[in-house]
Design a protein around this ligand. Sequence first.
Ligand code: KG4
Ligand code: ZN
Length: 342
Amino acid sequence: MSEREIKILAIESSCDETAAAVVVNGRDVRSNVISSQIALHTLYGGVVPEIASRKHIEKINQVIAQALADAETSLNDIDAVGVTCGPGLVGALLVGVAEAKAISFAKNIPLVGVHHIEGHISANYIENRELEPPFLCLVVSGGHTHLVKVLDYGVYEVLGKTRDDAAGEAFDKVARAIGLGYPGGPKIEKAAEKGNPHAVEFPRSKIADSPYDFSFSGLKSAVLNYLNGCKMKGIPIVQADVAASFQKAVTDVLIGNAMRAVEEYGIEKFAIAGGVASNGTLREGMRRACEEKGVAFYHPSPILCTDNAAMIGAAAYYDFIAGKRAGLDLNAVPNLKLGENL
Ligand code: KG4
Ligand code: ZN
């Protein structure tokens, strides 16, 4: 007997991407539309929350209409609406949440509130049809660095997270400091291609009492100190070498902590997710480390690593079939914790 099709319209607006997607049964992406505000925020060297909210308002209807058209469907054929309700920028989140509530009310279809990190993790289900929990996932984005045990669909145990800056945030701050601008991740990766990763030995921070937690602010300060030192001594800065050495330090820490957990918990499947997971050096390093340990390695395509709504549709599906529903009182929660009841 064929499985009934559950067609979800998913909406994501937590930061600087206005996105909508149509996803069937959690893994079949019928459309995935992303309107990026990167060019706009580049003018200011980072995301300006107020501008992000306004741009979401301008774009959201357009993006949804495009997602429905690309999927050759209409709101009359949608079974549920899934929307990111946190964490993220409150004004940005509110635009998606209000839109999703309006559609849910007007079409009398269920509403599902999705945790943004749960979305990133679920991006792995889309191109890896065979992937099922349990697995370990490292979520590395602009706002988060979480090492998460995915015990079952929608059931998570956070093993570790950053104590200060997120990995993506460190990329962005260091990129700004060495004059590469915003967004830092892709620019550092590009610059690093021509650099020597062993040119500068930046510190690899460890948290003594918590082997799975991360800290990147010390690394960021070390880069700033190095730049200041060069300036004072009149030594020219080789941008590519600093980028490559910084990238190596971040990826060494991410790979080290993740592999420690893989060993300690006897993990058989490991996945990465989030914007930083599109970084080629990190992907290659993780692939090699997993291969050495005989662990299956999963990662989404770069376009599904950075913010998108297809991943929200994947997560919303598993919440939907588990019977989770949000009411019309669903609100944006900027600091929503993973696993927290909505
Ligand atoms: O997941 P995402 O799109 O948004 C958040 O949920 O934060 O991640 C954005 C972050 C930014 O900090 C960006 O610099 C970083 O991901 N990023 C990268 C790369 N592409 C994006 N970091 C390293 N290498 C990349 N190729
Ligand atoms: Zn994200």
